[in-house]
Design a protein around this ligand. Sequence first.
Ligand code: NAP
Ligand code: MG
Length: 477
Amino acid sequence: MNLIAGDWLAGESEIENRNPSDLSDLIGVYAQASRDQLEATLDQARQAQREWAAYGLERKQAVLMSIGNELMARAEELGTLLSREEGKPFAEGKGEVYRAGQFFTYYAAECLRQIGENADSVRPDIEVDVRREPIGVVAVISPWNFPTATASWKIAPALCYGNAVVWKPANMTPASACALTEIIARQDIPKGLFSLVMGSGSNIGQRLVESPKIDAISFTGSVPVGKGIAASAIQNFTKVQMEMGSKNALAVMEDADLDLAVTLALGGAFGGTGQKCTASSRLVVHEAIHDAFVEKLVAGAKAMKVGHALEEGMQMGPVVSAQQLEENLAYVELGKSEGAELACGGERLALAHEGYYMSPGVFLNTRNDMRINREEMFAPLTSVIKVAGYDEALSVVNDTAFGLTSGIVTKSLAKATHFRRNVRTGVVTVNLPTAGTDYHVPFGGRGDSSYGPREQGWAAAEFYTTVKTAYISAGPV
Ligand code: NAP
Ligand code: MG
């Protein structure tokens, strides 16, 4: 059911949600909201937002704290559900739900840290007071790959800064969306402050982003959908924030600790079945360490345990859907046709349970101008690009339309520092994976990876609030 104007309502139709690790496991059927329901909940959200903004700070804080604490306390249960519907191994599912809770507890604290600025006017005896106010009704549109965490890093700051939220989750992961909504709906919030409107992106999602009844859109998803949303938003001058695709590179220098480099590459490339916006899909490797690195990388990829996300000891689950699997296998063929050498994996796997399984694939002898190195595949596939030195490595890393994350593995302070300062990405890591970020600091990218203000940490205030500058003259005493 959807949460419409504060009530749980059936939709105009339903979709089936199946476990990608085991297609015989039907998780449930989920309601698709109607356009009338969307309109109704948008109207109620406007009213509820005013009430919520008028709540005292501690009352708002208590709501966010309660949501966060419940998510953390139920991380095992809700992580199991998440892994069951999305296909990431249980440890990753549980970790994601726990992290989602931390977004709420972080922003619970931020409720009390909304402190403005003041100044003297350039005119005598006049004071200036600058404060942030809520932006209003925020549309949150989230992807399936981090169904609970991505939504939470948008919903938590939206509520913290006094806004109403209308959430359109990805249709691929409705169970996690319902679970989070159920927790939020039970809190001390005005009726209709928070809505869940499930439905397809092209129908209910499109209607939502075109609506003049919203004030802002926070979107995470693919570049083509993001471009469409931006075009819709501009019609109403709706504020937008978008996190989209990427083609992250990990540079491995000749002085790198070999085992560390291989561990970072394997985790970065195949964690979440490679379906992470922060995945290491290009491994840019110095020729002096190339052969040794590749040998260990391929051995590591071959040794990975692929299987049912909820089975003990699995390191990689299935991909999310039949369509995603088909696209991934097409990229494997494309890579080969472009002249890349497939050293291992990249094959569909038939396991005990029928699911969307494929083996982690490593391409060798690739060039950065190949399509497999330019397009986001969102697959458990990674490419090795051999380079002659640091300068070439940096230029290959930067030669992309995207710019979300990048990493360097080196013992050289000089190279690490130069890389950190000259790489054109929103996030950069040194001797750490390209995936895996904190919640209390900004997150976002450059180029085609991001548009609009940063998410997370204190940076989120920029998007979820609007600034008001007040001039005050006290008048004669
Ligand atoms: P997607 O196809 O762009 O969908 C993202 C969300 O937008 C879904 O909820 C989708 O709904 C909805 N949507 C689709 N068309 C829409 C429209 N016309 N109007 C409004 N909403 C619409 O992306 P995805 O396949 O779910 O996720 C994979 C992508 O997300 C990858 O490109 C990945 O890089 C990106 N991603 C980025 C980050 C980041 O922080 N940079 C994090 C995670 C993922 P339905 O799916 O229900 O149709
Ligand atoms: Mg999609």
